[in-house]
Design a protein around this ligand. Structure first.
Ligand code: NI
Length: 262
């Protein structure tokens, strides 16, 4: 059993073939997919897919690369996150690669998402690119550890992973870990504890080997598990079961209950 912890099923590459995507997920034992929201304008479609299909979950948030849509307030996010199939806030974070300073609006938006996650009790999906120091700094300042969450499509160093783990975050690996050139990232995939590791496709982008360059989809996520298993010298079943358990622990809010009880 596998779960795709991060994909974009409402993007045009996949949206027209949801029944096919779901059928191929079933064939490959991918039992759930978290369909991640990137703009408020897109959110109704993201939610509709989650409402229509048992195995699809939704998030609410505005991605740091989207500048032209409606800016979410903390209250917007809290209100939209009340729906039971909305299991996370994001994707949010910082991206200094695609866009250039001044990016005060991006940092402020990230803070708004963290505050909304803390208030709603739902975990964060964090994107960080060429901005690891500021991302971790804002996470600490805003108490992101209280909400918890995942560093998605992780491509940073081992020390950034360690800092995120210290804040209680999970680390999610995408198809990038299967790329031949990704030797540093493969080291990180060996290092992250199995009980804090998630797998994802980030579909429709970043298809894993042997589909590199093609349109990605959730049914390809077993290839990410197989690569991580090979790197760690364990079976793909072990990576599959750990990452699936972790997914439902984090996004099913079980972690929160345990934390409160403890
Ligand atoms: Ni994404």
């Amino acid at each position: 059993m596998f779960v795709d912890s991060h994909c974009h099923l409402s993007f045009p590459e996949l949206r027209g073939d949801i029944d096919g995507v779901l059928a191929r997920m079933r064939e490959r034992q991918v039992v759930a997919a978290l369909n991640v929201c990137v703009t408020l304008e897109e959110f109704p479609v993201v939610l509709a897919l989650a409402e229509a299909h048992r195995e699809i979950f939704a998030s609410v948030g505005v991605h740091p690369d989207y500048q032209d849509g409606r800016e979410p307030t903390e209250q917007d996010l809290v209100d939209l996150a009340r729906h039971p199939k909305v299991v996370a806030i994001g994707e949010t974070g910082l991206d200094y690669y695609r866009l250039k300073e001044p990016l005060d609006w991006q940092r402020e938006r990230f803070r708004v998402h963290i505050r909304a996650a803390r208030r709603s009790g739902k975990p964060l999906i964090i994107h960080t690119r060429a901005a690891a120091g500021d991302t971790l700094g804002i996470m600490r300042e805003e108490g992101a550890g209280d909400a918890g969450g995942v560093m998605h499509c992780f491509t940073e160093t081992r020390s950034v992973a360690a800092a995120a783990l210290d804040l209680g975050f999970y680390i999610s690996f995408s198809g990038i870990v299967t790329f031949k050139s990704a030797t540093e990232l493969q080291e990180v995939a060996r290092f992250v504890p199995l009980d804090r590791l998630l797998i994802e496709t980030d579909a429709p982008y970043l298809a894993p080997v042997p589909y590199r360059g093609k349109t990605n989809e959730p049914s390809y996520v077993p290839h990410v598990a197989e690569k991580i298993a090979a790197l760690r010298g364990i079976s793909a079943v072990d990576v599959a079961s750990a990452s699936t358990t972790n997914f439902f622990f984090l996004f099913g809010q079980l972690g929160k209950q345990v934390k409160v009880a403890g």
